[in-house]
Write a protein that binds this ligand. Structure first.
Ligand SMILES: C[S@@+](CC[C@H](N)C(=O)[O-])C[C@H]1O[C@@H](n2cnc3c(N)ncnc32)[C@H](O)[C@@H]1O
Length: 255
């Protein structure tokens, strides 16, 4: 999936919400970056997590961020300006510039589900990780996302358009065997749920609805995203809006 232009802007607004700040803290806690470590983040987006990793590993460590979108890397460079040890670069997980076995840990936050070939990405991650290195993956089972407010006739086609665009819409459910095949063990999974009963600027629901609307608009499907967004606003004004999502945090160790 392409995260440039409008999509990058929406994704960056979403990443800056209180909801995603809390989610990022859960990822950071699981990753547990230590002073002097070399840590790789793929699909680093606007660099909010990368900055935290950089602050944790310090000047003698390395927080390497890679993203395929130049718009996202430009934002990441702004975000991480002045944090020693951070290196953000345009690149693809399909072929990293790094030699074998250099990283102590790696992280992918909402990235693998958007790739055509997450299996190949896991092999490439394993290649650049040391034996014993920690991997943290955050991804959503999109079939468990729940929107309440608008009539289902408006919601369902928009959600279907998004689901059709995400190559691996229920990746967490499939990740265990993929990790084992790529050379990881000790897989553990925990939920990082979010619930929004309103559509404030600080909610993931607001920005996710905008992203879904863009995807539905561009899909040319039967969906009516503008009407859906208006119905969400009406439901919110009436106090009848609800959204829940259950991203899954998966951790594993390179063997
Ligand atoms: C949903 S965004 C998540 C960004 C960030 N990790 C966060 O949680 O805020 C997915 C990111 O993965 C990047 N991406 C997609 N395909 C990629 C690839 N093949 N290699 C590296 N990054 C990729 C996109 O450009 C985008 O920034």
């Amino acid at each position: 999936m392409d995260f440039t232009g409008t999509r990058a802007e929406i994704q960056q607004r979403m990443a800056a919400t209180r909801d995603l700040a809390a989610r990022r803290m859960a990822v950071l806690h699981e990753l547990s970056p230590r002073r002097g470590e070399r840590i790789l983040e793929i699909g680093c987006g606007a660099g909010l997590l990368l900055r935290e990793i950089g602050l944790s590993v310090g000047a003698h460590g390395l927080a390497a961020g890679v993203d395929i979108s130049p718009d996202q890397i430009a934002a990441a460079e702004r975000e991480c300006d002045g944090v020693p040890g951070v290196r953000a670069a345009v690149g693809s997980i399909a072929g990293l510039e790094w030699p074998d076995a250099v990283f102590d840990a790696a992280v992918a936050e909402h990235v693998l589900e958007y790739l055509d070939d997450p299996r190949a990405a896991l092999f490439e991650l394993r290649r650049v990780m040391k034996a014993g290195a920690r991997l943290v993956v955050l991804a959503t089972n999109w079939d468990a996302d729940f929107w309440h407010g608008p009539e289902p006739e408006l919601t369902n086609p928009v959600v279907a358009a998004w689901r059709a665009e995400v190559p691996w819409p229920n990746l967490p459910a499939q990740l265990g065997p993929m990790l084992a095949a790529a050379g990881f063990s000790a897989t553990r999974q925990v939920p990082v749920p979010v619930v929004n009963s309103g559509l404030g600027e600080d909610t993931v629901a607001l920005w996710m609805s905008r992203l879904l609307a863009v995807a539905a608009e561009e899909s040319g499907a039967q969906a009516r995203p503008a009407s859906w967004l208006a119905a969400l606003d009406r439901a919110d004004a009436a106090g009848e809006f609800f959204y829940s999502s259950v991203p899954i945090l998966t951790t594993a160790v390179a063997v």
